[in-house]
Design a protein around this ligand. Structure first.
Ligand code: AHR
Length: 613
């Protein structure tokens, strides 16, 4: 096969936004993932407002003869009325003395809290009692046997007669990846507890993002962040959909909600504000997917959808409004007086075929054009083959398929009309048996697809893999790009594959021609880009060999030798012995890119492409 790259021809600028990421609250991506809150169900609200509420995963320390736990609706937080009541029967005034470690409650976090020696954890909770209190706040091993850090909170009855905020800083004396938070006492009495939070102090910039996971995102150099779903935006039922107004403001007063598509509770600590902050911290343009009054099971008729339209307009005021506006002032009060650069709104997720979608869409579209004409509007309807029957700046395109099919889709956009709305491939992945929980095979199919996107970036302006994150304790969807538990993290081959494309956004697509001969298993593209660090120009050629055989590829790079001198090059290969190989916590680099210096012998060089690489 021969690859001819013409670096003399003008080339075409690739959109700045081409490759980004899609964050969905799925697989405990946020709760128990990127959001560093260690306490699960911090407000005892997980069962909703009804008593007895579902306080899981909180559990009792002690037995029923020494402590009784119940819940009531006595909290001082209006949107969070459920509070925990502890009737402590043991102690010096009680029928019997308490066990030496005391009685109370513990929270194991999301399958164990990762507590690290020398690090400090801020614990905040609210308490009320008619009696004086003496509470030990501790981080311990999973059975409470080893105390990693502890502090006593002591207060007179007069101080805690009304709900009182308590805060302690705990410095861990030792490490344990499977720890828990305990609130215990040896004092008889009745006390109420609510809104218990434990956060490490070393989150990214203090913004609450778990650092090792945040760095994995930085390494993708994402140019946009689509959030917060996916199906999470829609809900199985509208009553369980993500509603941004319930996910802003002080964390203590966020009701949280049960995401009924992915079937878990989230306290919504990672809310709308935090998603905008995350985008800003990553240098990625926020793409806000709004609920358009449509869930999986129910829909709001177009004639009645206005409250949802207003909710969207308010969300933009929250992001962009000045401090004198109602919602802009809330953003400022939350610590971000400057507006966020919100320019993209997606109207719903995968809703195109639903009865009220098009009608609802037009209501949102018209309201946006009138109030915020600069905002780019993304429709759920696929226009890759047939033109849309409604106006849009972008259309959403999702693809989950086999590896072979994904490979063949490298030409998917070759024949798409060149005018009209641009494609936003906001979810793509190889799934099913080809993918397992993240195979090399999947990554190869996807790499070919992305090469096709790069070449068609005149009509495709944005693309992101899905899903991004998985906590291995709650795999709701396979595969996912970044895999973690409380303390460990690795990237799947699909994650590592995306790093081959980090220089593409904003680069120049070079004219290239692949004369593959009998090697229909090869696809390739070439870009040039300027490295801001050394100020040099680079050419990056990406080649996928999807087949099982070695391929001799003659690489011919046409440059103007009077003005350009080719110097120094490097070859980076992602492959493995078996196409179904995956990474794991035990072997996070089983499938991993390896780089070697590579000598270009003149403009024409022969490269041997490894099978499945
Ligand atoms: O990425 C997982 C799910 O796949 C998304 O929530 C949804 O948009 C799609 O069906």
């Amino acid at each position: 096969a021969t690859l001819i790259v013409d670096a003399n021809a003008p080339g075409r600028t690739i959109p700045d936004t081409l490759f980004g990421i899609f964050f969905e609250e799925i697989n405990h991506a946020g709760s128990g993932g990127l959001w560093s809150e260690l306490v699960d169900n911090r407000g005892f609200e997980a069962g909703g407002r009804h008593t007895p509420s579902n306080i899981k995963p909180w559990s009792i320390i002690g037995d029923e003869s020494s402590i009784v736990l119940s819940t009531d609706l006595s909290s001082c937080f209006e949107r969070n009325k459920v509070a925990l009541r502890m009737d402590v029967l043991c102690g010096s005034d009680g029928a019997k003395s308490c066990p030496s470690g005391g009685v109370g409650v513990y929270n194991p976090g999301f399958w164990g809290m990762n507590i690290e020696q020398g690090k400090t954890y801020k614990v905040v909770f609210y308490v009320r009692s008619m009696d004086s209190i003496d509470l030990a706040v501790s981080l311990t091993s999973s059975n409470g046997g080893v105390v990693l850090a502890t502090s006593n909170v002591i207060a007179d009855a007069s101080k805690v007669a009304n709900w009182t905020r308590m805060e302690v800083m705990l410095e861990a004396k030792s490490s344990n990846t499977n720890s828990r938070l305990q609130l215990t006492t040896t004092k008889t009495g009745v006390l109420w507890i609510d809104q218990v939070s434990a956060m490490p102090t070393d989150t990214y910039k203090g913004h609450g993002f778990r650092k090792d996971l945040f760095e994995k995102l930085v390494d993708l150099e994402p140019r946009f962040l689509r959030f917060p779903g996916g199906c999470f935006v829609e809900g199985e039922w509208l009553r369980n959909a993500f509603r941004w107004k319930e996910a802003v403001g002080p964390w203590e007063n966020r009701p949280g909600h049960f995401g009924d598509v992915w079937m878990y509770w989230t306290d919504d600590g990672l809310g709308y504000f935090e998603f905008l902050q995350l985008s800003e911290d990553l240098g990625a343009a926020p793409v806000w997917v709004i609920n358009n009054g449509i869930s999986h099971q129910d829909e709001v008729e177009t004639s009645m959808v206005f409250p949802f339209v207003q909710e969207m307009l308010d969300s933009i005021e929250f992001a962009r409004g000045d401090n004198s506006s109602q919602w802009g002032s809330l953003r400022a009060a939350m610590g971000h007086p400057e507006p966020f650069e919100l320019k993209y709104i997606a109207i719903g997720n995968e809703d195109c075929g639903k009865p009220y979608y098009q009608g609802n869409y037009m209501k949102f579209y018209d309201a946006l054009r009138k109030a915020y004409p600069d905002i780019q509007v993304i429709s759920n309807c696929d226009a890759s083959s047939t033109p849309l029957n409604h106006p849009a700046d972008f259309y959403d395109f999702h693809i989950y398929t086999s590896a072979n099919d994904m490979f063949s889709k490298s030409t998917k956009f070759d024949k798409t009309r060149r005018n009209g709305p641009k494609a936003f491939v906001s979810e793509y992945a190889v799934t099913g048996k080809d993918a397992g929980t993240g195979s090399l095979l999947a990554a190869l199919g996807e790499a070919a697809f992305l090469i096709g996107i790069e070449k068609n970036s005149d009509v495709v302006e944005m693309a992101s893999y899905a899903p991004l994150f998985v906590n291995t304790n709650d795999r709701r969807w396979n595969p996912d790009a970044i895999v973690y538990d409380s303390s460990r993290v690795y990237g799947t081959p699909s994650y590592l594959m995306q790093q081959f494309f980090t220089k593409s956004s904003g680069a120049t697509l070079l004219k290239s021609e692949l004369q593959a001969g009998s090697s229909a298993s090869v696809v390739a593209s070439a870009i040039s880009w300027k490295n801001a660090t050394d100020n040099k120009n680079y050419i990056t050629i990406k080649i996928v060999n999807f087949g099982n055989n070695y391929v001799n590829l003659k690489l011919s790079i046409g440059v103007n030798e009077n003005s350009v001198k080719l110097s120094g090059s490097q070859k980076t290969v992602l492959t493995s012995n078996n196409v179904m190989d995956e990474n794991s916590f035990q072997n996070p680099k089983k499938v991993y890119p390896s780089s070697t210096l590579f000598k270009l012998s003149g403009k024409d060089t022969t490269i041997v492409l490894q099978p499945i690489s």
